[in-house]
Design a protein around this ligand. Structure first.
Ligand SMILES: C[S@@+](CC[C@H](N)C(=O)[O-])C[C@H]1O[C@@H](n2cnc3c(N)ncnc32)[C@H](O)[C@@H]1O
Length: 303
């Protein structure tokens, strides 16, 4: 199983679904009662689902949870689940402190997520237990995405959804010219060298068809990640990782598989030079970068 650090997930998902949730419309979240997020990691999507699920249901005035919707996150990595649970405990504590005790209502709908350990092709959930089974950036990391979609279809009585990036179609615009060139070079080699289909994107619908799902639809959402002054702490860390070559080294195996040791070393040298340029430009307050990451949201119905 490919592993991810909590820092990587927080960094890559920062701001995702904050402004624009139109691409989630086909998940019909407002009317969902039981939602399962498979491969939930640190719960970046799970918390969005918890905010939206059941929002159209209303509820009795005295209900502690007026929506009544349940959201469960499942992941095979216990370290990421621990980070997700900590965030959940913090959210519960905060909503308790801010609760309106006269009405019994919390101030938000967070604080009602359960996290479970489990594998994507053997979920710890009975057949038809939820009305939406969803995953984000999971299928691109699996050797057999269709087997996982079949398992999502087994546990859902209604909708199945997958939000998967097309990593071959990522674009970077930067005030440091070398960054655009080198990121393209590294990305093309990574997509060639990695063992799973990290450019799955809108081809997920083939796996949905193969799993027997019907009424399959896809919408594209482009996650824009901006770096500009004043620079956040995460932007400074990311620039430092470029200058040390650490960011590229995370993908060393895939890059060597697509090229050679010598070509990887050459790329790493040029990458570190570029990283130092980025650090200098940040120091001068002149650095700006936008990364566009396309995600395809595919939804199907259990027949
Ligand atoms: C790229 S991360 C995405 C995390 C989260 N869905 C998000 O979008 O922030 C992929 C996640 O899938 C999990 N994962 C990978 N293979 C898995 C498997 N076979 N069963 C369950 N989880 C798996 C990883 O532990 C990781 O949390």
């Amino acid at each position: 199983m490919r592993r991810f650090s909590a820092e990587y997930l927080e960094h890559t998902r920062r701001g995702m679904w904050e402004d624009d949730r139109d691409a989630l419309a086909d998940l019909e979240l407002a009317s969902r009662e039981r939602v399962l997020d498979v491969g939930c990691g640190t719960g970046e999507l799970t918390r969005v689902l918890a905010e939206e699920a059941g929002a159209g249901k209303g509820g009795d005035a005295g209900d502690a949870d007026p929506t009544g919707a349940t959201v469960i996150g499942v992941d095979a990595d216990p370290e990421l689940l621990a980070v997700a649970r900590e965030a959940e405990q913090r959210a519960s504590g905060e909503s308790e402190q801010g609760a309106d005790h006269e009405s019994g209502r919390g101030t938000d709908r967070e604080g009602r997520i359960d996290y479970l350990a489990g594998g994507a092709t053997r979920l710890p959930v009975r057949d038809g237990a939820v009305d939406l089974a969803v995953c984000q950036a999971l299928l691109i990391n699996l050797p057999d995405p269709t087997a996982a979609v079949r398992e999502l279809a087994r546990v859902s009585g209604d909708l199945v959804a997958a939000i998967e990036p097309d990593n071959a179609d990522v674009r970077v615009a930067s005030t440091v010219d070398a960054e655009e060139r080198l990121e393209r070079e590294a990305r093309e080699a990574y997509v060639d060298g990695v063992e799973t289909d990290v450019a799955l994107g809108d081809r997920v619908c083939d796996a949905f068809d193969a799993a027997g799902l019907v009424d399959v639809r896809t919408r594209r959402y482009v996650h824009e990640k901006r770096t500009e002054p004043p620079y956040a702490e995460a932007a400074l860390r990311s620039a430092a990782r470029k200058a040390s070559g650490a960011g590229l080294a995370d993908h060393r195996d895939e890059l060597v598989a697509a090229t050679s040791e010598a070509e990887y070393d050459d790329l790493r040298g040029r990458w570190r030079d570029m990283g130092r340029e980025v650090v200098d430009a940040i120091g001068a307050g002149e650095y700006e970068r936008v990364e566009y990451v396309p995600f395809d949201v595919t939804v199907g119905r259990v027949a």
